[in-house]
Write a protein that binds this ligand. Structure first.
Ligand code: SF4
Ligand code: SF4
Length: 137
């Protein structure tokens, strides 16, 4: 629910002032980002479009305290699909930085999530290598 006392009307401007967030106000909430997002397809709670709506409404506290901002895998599919070049993957990166800066998430959260992503990529390389071993024989 929208709590007017908590609304920060300058939230989108703060995002727009950081590298990668410049086009945040160009979003017209079409939902193309959510439709193509591989995390959204596995997890109903995760919706780039919903985050964009909350950002445009100024729901800073709800956005920065949401555990869902850490679910993005930074695949950039949303960036490739967006008709307005909003660059949602970069906006998520900014939201994470803000979340840590403003004390909603612990200081080492960015590093921990980055480590998980590196581990997953390593695992994928190893598993695909295993799968393709037979091909080179
Ligand atoms: S970020 Fe782009 S794809 Fe997503 S809702 Fe906004 S305009 Fe549509
Ligand atoms: S970068 Fe994040 S939000 Fe964008 S499509 Fe990939 S997982 Fe979804």
């Amino acid at each position: 629910m929208l709590e007017y006392a908590k609304i920060d009307t300058g939230f989108k401007d703060k995002i727009a002032s950081r590298p990668g967030g410049e086009r945040v106000k160009n979003c017209y909430l079409c939902g193309t980002c959510t439709a193509g997002c591989p995390v959204s397809s596995l997890r109903n709670e995760y919706s780039p479009r919903r985050f964009m709506r909350m950002i445009l409404l100024g729901m800073k506290e709800e956005v920065l305290s949401s555990p869902e901002i850490w679910q993005c895998s930074q695949c950039h599919v949303c960036v490739a699909h967006c008709p307005q070049d909003v660059r949602f993957a970069d906006i998520i990166r900014i939201l994470r930085q803000m979340s840590v800066e403003e004390g909603y998430a612990p200081g080492d959260m960015l590093k921990k999530v980055e480590d998980i992503d590196v581990d997953l990529r390593k695992q994928r390389i190893a598993l695909v290598e295993e799968l393709t071993k037979e091909m080179s024989k």
